[in-house]
Design a protein around this ligand. Sequence first.
Ligand code: AR6
Length: 206
Amino acid sequence: HLTRTHRFRKLSMDTDGAGAGVARFPLSASTSLVIQRGDLTKWFIDGTTDAIVNPANERMLGGGGADGAIHRAAGPDLLKACYSVPEVRPGVRCPTGEARITPGFKLPASHVIFTAGPIYSGNPTAADSLRNAYKNSLRVAKENNIQYVAFPAISCGVYGYPYEEAATVAISTIKEFANDIKEVHFVMFLEEIYFVWLNKANELLK
Ligand code: AR6
């Protein structure tokens, strides 16, 4: 678990991408981007209102990948909360690129922000949709006064988005829209994706 003690220790770790487990990049005087290896279902920032972002789908009723893991860790109340999110059209609660919010239930994080990233293959608007997924997740966080938000690599699993292209969209969008959030975390399950993100952050945030 990420305790406050861990957070302060991490502040002094290097951010040069040379192999440290956690890298911190200041985006402004009041906003940091943090890139780390880990499991979103275990993430929280002690003593704060925080949210993990669930890379879900338009139905918003569970699935595989991180979505499945988040539902298992949150318990059955999360699915009930999903059912209570209104459909915008039959079977669609969260259109691609949009975001919705629920409590975190048994998760360590207090909230879950659901977003549906794009399926990559043959999709000419995939980059716009991925950008919207990050942007709208941050917007929903701000609307709910949430200042600590953790993202996975949206669309980089089941949805097949190439890691390097996804990293460019993710980091440039966070850089543009993370104002009013104290910390945006990327919590990367796969070591390969962690390093792709770290390299991209070093490239785009220097
Ligand atoms: N913590 C952090 N990252 C994780 C975790 C975890 N516990 N588990 C997986 N990942 P995916 P998508 C990483 O497939 O591509 C589902 O069925 C994983 O390694 O979860 O947006 C939904 O219901 C990958 O890098 O999401 C949708 O139908 C990243 O999370 C569909 O998959 C995203 O992989 C969404 O596909």
